[in-house]
Design a protein around this ligand. Sequence first.
Ligand code: CA2
Length: 158
Amino acid sequence: MSDPLVLHVLNGPNLNLLGVREPHIYGRETLADVQALCEAAAGQGKEGGATVVFRQSNREGELIDWVQEARTEASALVINPAAYGHTSIALLDALKALTIPVVECHLSNPAAREDFRRHSYVSLAATGVIAGFGAQSYELAVKAALRLARERASQPPR
Ligand code: CA2
């Protein structure tokens, strides 16, 4: 049997405030609720399920360290870079070093908000982007990332 997949889910600045402020934009779920949603979507603890490593940081350097860690430790990465998606070339450079599938995920739809949210550096390194479905964006992102990881695992090594 193949090794169980490991999915890293990274969350950027201020997402620790989820459910506490601005529920009209980001929903009522807390980050702990989102983590539980991701674990359920990954089938964590079930046969054939993936293990989810779920993290949040307000520090750009810490997020970059975790992206670098995902290079060797994860089968796929889901990242909600929050505002760093719009600003961080350093995060983009770290993501570009990955060969695993990367799914960028947003609660809101940044394309339908202020102009400065329309550009994402992270999108340049993402396999795909899911945005605008609230907490459900994470569920969709986890499913997409694991599907890509499974496809990759079933391909012969190159
Ligand atoms: O929609 C998303 O998921 C965002 O990544 C959220 C970021 C924003 O800068 C992006 O443009 C889109 C903001 C995260 C801040 O989260 C808060 C949650 C509750 C209360 C205050 C901030």
